[in-house]
Design a protein around this ligand. Structure first.
Ligand SMILES: [Zn+2]
Ligand SMILES: [Zn+2]
Length: 171
């Protein structure tokens, strides 16, 4: 089995709290110098990795697929399932959104930012950014976020935190 052969050479990557699957897959691939195709092959998942990195979850990843991925990344399938939108909760593929204040505390893209019901960050009481506040570029898919900056103007996500607007909650 291909998986058994390459597994000893793979670095493990610990998931962050709330991290989206796209961001986690990007980090795992970078740590192990794998392309989406390479990881798809290693896990026997074909093109699914590339689709999931773009949040294309239609059809949603099956239990079997998550088990196959779990073997390669050595993260439990239940934990991987937490990186997906909860069943029945609508999500937006675009725009990719960011709470830069959260990112400063834990450098990852959170799946909750893509949920339709989410308007802002509850934790920081800030609106989510859906583009770079400096140059207006849309954020790329989280799988390629590893530098933590805007890929057009190189403003860091940390600098963007100051540009997030406060939100006021009535209740
Ligand atoms: Zn936040
Ligand atoms: Zn920018």
């Amino acid at each position: 089995m291909e998986v058994e052969n390459i597994k000893p050479w793979l670095f493990r990557v610990q998931p962050y709290q709330g991290e989206s699957l796209s961001h986690f897959l990007g980090r795992f691939r970078q740590a192990n110098d794998l392309t989406p195709t390479g990881l798809g092959k290693a896990a026997g998942l074909g093109g699914a990795i590339a689709r999931w990195e773009k949040f294309r979850f239609n059809p949603p990843p099956s239990r079997q697929q998550l088990e196959a991925l779990a073997k390669v990344v050595e993260v439990d399938a239940h934990r991987l399932a937490q990186m997906l939108p909860p069943a029945g909760v609508g999500m937006k593929l675009e725009p990719i959104r960011l709470c830069a204040a959260c990112y400063m505390e834990s450098p990852c893209h959170k799946i909750e930012w893509q949920l339709k019901v989410i308007q802002g960050c509850d934790r920081h009481k800030l609106s989510l950014l859906s583009e770079c506040p400096n140059c207006g570029a849309r954020f790329k898919v989280p799988a390629v976020w590893l530098d933590g900056w805007c890929q057009r103007c190189f403003t860091t996500f940390a600098d963007m935190a100051e540009r997030q607007k406060e939100i006021y909650v009535d209740n």
